[in-house]
Design a protein around this ligand. Structure first.
Ligand code: SF4
Ligand SMILES: [Zn+2]
Ligand SMILES: [Zn+2]
Length: 308
């Protein structure tokens, strides 16, 4: 027997487990968009006249992010979306993802800005991995540090007010739990900072999909036929994250709503930490002048190591 949509009574195509909603295709798309709009409003992520740099990887998360922001932004004529791809230089992977990103932006009548590690830092990610002396650091550590740096520089060049990234609820809760299990409370607070608490010298970051599960994102992109690239990065497979992912998936399956509860707890802890302590001011990197927790920022440290 075909189940009915909890919203409109038409045949349902999707069960959103954490809200117990059965949804038809139209209501799936509408409620997904509404969830993102609510997240944006609740955290005051956007202003009416923002220039929004949208980080596009070519994957499904950023495809959904751009698609939904494009709909929301059409109500705000003074605001502007600037899709940006950072090409890390991962042979056989990023080049294919870049094609998907170009097609997606074209289908939305937007122009894609492309920047690369090679042009910005003189090394592609493949070269950084090859040249690193500290083999205990995986490719993702270099990738994360340089992508953060690259996005900030690019957003400044494009005079963007804010950078939107496609991190979803699953990504966010995995990161929160990894930081808890490593005993790194400062990082929990740093990765959950709201726009209002952003630091001078760093373009504020927002994560409009942070309350949307990966399952929701897959369903949304599937039903709208969005263009994205689905092959995993050859460097992916960080063992620690994979363990936490399967633990969290298991918990979410047994107790729907667990992921949202973890996210909201981390937000509350962040707020409490930032309010109670004055020890959150950043230094300025001696080499590149960007705000950093230490005298020399991580990206400059890594570049020094690579150059030898
Ligand atoms: S899996 Fe790691 S190396 Fe690959 S794109 Fe993601 S962060 Fe970068
Ligand atoms: Zn419906
Ligand atoms: Zn630096």
């Amino acid at each position: 027997m075909q189940l009915e949509c909890s919203k409109c009574g038409k045949p349902a195509v999707y069960l959103r487990r954490y809200t117990s909603e059965r949804l038809c295709q139209a209501c799936l798309v509408q409620t997904t968009t509404d969830r993102v709009r609510r997240t944006i409003n609740r955290h005051k992520m956007l202003r009416e006249d923002d220039r929004i740099a949208v980080a596009i990887s070519g994957g499904k998360d950023s495809a959904v992010l751009l698609h939904i922001l494009n709909k929301i932004e059409s109500n705000f004529p003074e605001s502007e979306l600037i899709p940006v791809t950072i090409d890390e230089g991962i042979k056989g992977y990023r080049d294919k993802a870049l094609e998907a990103a170009k097609e997606l932006t074209k289908s939305l009548n937007l122009a894609l800005e492309v920047f690369s590690f090679k042009n910005m830092f003189d090394y592609s990610l493949d070269e950084l991995v090859e040249l690193r002396t500290d083999k205990s650091l995986g490719a993702c550590s270099y990738c994360g540090v340089f992508r953060r740096r690259a996005l900030n520089e690019v957003a400044e060049t494009l005079e963007a007010d804010v950078i939107a990234t496609g991190h979803n609820l699953d990504d966010e809760t995995q990161t929160i739990l990894m930081n808890i299990m490593r005993g790194d409370s400062r990082r929990i607070a740093r990765t959950n900072v709201s726009r209002e608490r952003s630091v001078e010298g760093l373009v504020p970051r927002i994560k409009p999909l942070s309350e949307l599960s990966e399952r929701d994102i897959v369903a949304y992109s599937h039903h709208l036929g969005l263009i994205y690239h689905d092959i995993p990065c050859p460097y992916s497979g960080e063992a620690y994250r994979n363990d936490i992912r399967s633990f969290l998936n298991d918990m979410e399956h047994k107790r729907p709503g667990t992921l949202l509860a973890i996210l909201h707890s981390a937000e509350a802890v962040t707020e409490a930490l930032l309010t109670s302590s004055s020890d959150w001011t950043l230094k300025t990197c001696e080499k590149c002048n960007t705000p950093s927790p230490s005298e020399i920022c991580k990206a400059c440290m890594m570049l020094e190591e690579i150059r030898g």
